[in-house]
Design a protein around this ligand. Structure first.
Ligand SMILES: C[S@@+](CC[C@H](N)C(=O)[O-])C[C@H]1O[C@@H](n2cnc3c(N)ncnc32)[C@H](O)[C@@H]1O
Length: 250
């Protein structure tokens, strides 16, 4: 069993016994309940910026960046969750707000940092979207592009992530999350071969499994979180159909 002591305990200048026991129990709970995602990190480490940027080329990225900039507007502080090599974070930081990019792949974060040394308002970290290294009520907005959430295939992992997004959002905060459109023929074919909503795409070797949500499964999931309001929308983004989730903290 690995133990994780949440940073807020360590930053407080010392632990009393009660805090120490709570920290140990918290650490045990987090590490034992969550899945090992090292295969996902290794997959993206191997792809690196070169392959990912070829998949989602400049033309498509331009569309995502426009959407992101429109959402962020005059926002002060935004999290690009599962930011990859930073194609969205970089454009947002150029708008002038404080941008935090977090990704589980050290290689992609290194690629992202290499492109952004000149920007003091862009902060990258290697980390896990189920255990965010930020204080509560830190962000005005959280964005999660290109179906990154689909890598969480267990409900416990998905809830951990949504609860973390809720925790780090300020009151009146908003999260924009892009998922794949389950009605697309590609996902329909894979779903027909699976007895659950977990599928195994074959378009690249060793692709990690993906969870394909639809409106009903998302409604059930979000109903188990603290989000007071959410909306779902099918929309065409970067020339593909997507299912978009809007989450609001009150
Ligand atoms: C398809 S890429 C999208 C990257 C980025 N959002 C974009 O639009 O360019 C999916 C990303 O999710 C990241 N990822 C997967 N699971 C993660 C986790 N548990 N925590 C943080 N990042 C994760 C991967 O490393 C990868 O960079």
């Amino acid at each position: 069993m690995n133990l994780i002591v949440p940073p807020e305990f360590l930053d407080s200048g010392g632990l009393n016994v009660r805090e120490f026991v709570t920290a140990i129990l918290f650490g045990a709970m987090m590490t034992d309940d969550l899945s090992d995602l090292s295969d996902v990190a290794a997959f993206y480490d191997e792809l690196g910026k070169k392959t990912l940027s070829a998949w989602e080329d400049e033309y498509k990225t331009h569309d995502d960046v426009q959407t992101a900039c429109h959402i962020v507007g005059h926002t002060n502080c935004v999290l690009d969750l599962a930011c990859g090599y930073g194609r969205v974070s970089l454009a947002l930081a150029e708008l002038g707000c404080e941008v935090y990019g977090l990704d589980i792949s050290p290689v992609l974060i290194a690629d992202a940092k290499a492109d952004s040394n000149h920007l003091k308002n862009l902060h990258y970290s290697v980390g896990d979207m189920r255990e965010l290294p930020y204080e509560e009520s830190f962000f005005d907005k959280v964005l999660c592009f290109w179906a990154s959430f689909a890598h969480l295939i267990k409900e416990g992992d998905q809830l951990a992530c949504l609860n973390e997004i809720y925790r780090v959002l300020k009151p009146e905060g908003y999260c924009f999350m892009v998922l794949m459109d389950p009605s697309h023929e590609f996902w329909q074919t894979l779903l027909s071969q699976s007895d659950s909503r977990v599928v195994f795409p074959q378009y690249y070797k060793a692709h990690p499994p993906i969870f394909v949500h639809n409106e009903e499964t998302l409604k059930d999931l979000v109903g188990k979180t603290s989000f007071e309001k959410f909306e779902l929308e099918r929309r065409t983004m970067n020339h593909s159909k997507r299912l978009v989730m809007h989450l609001y903290k009150r």
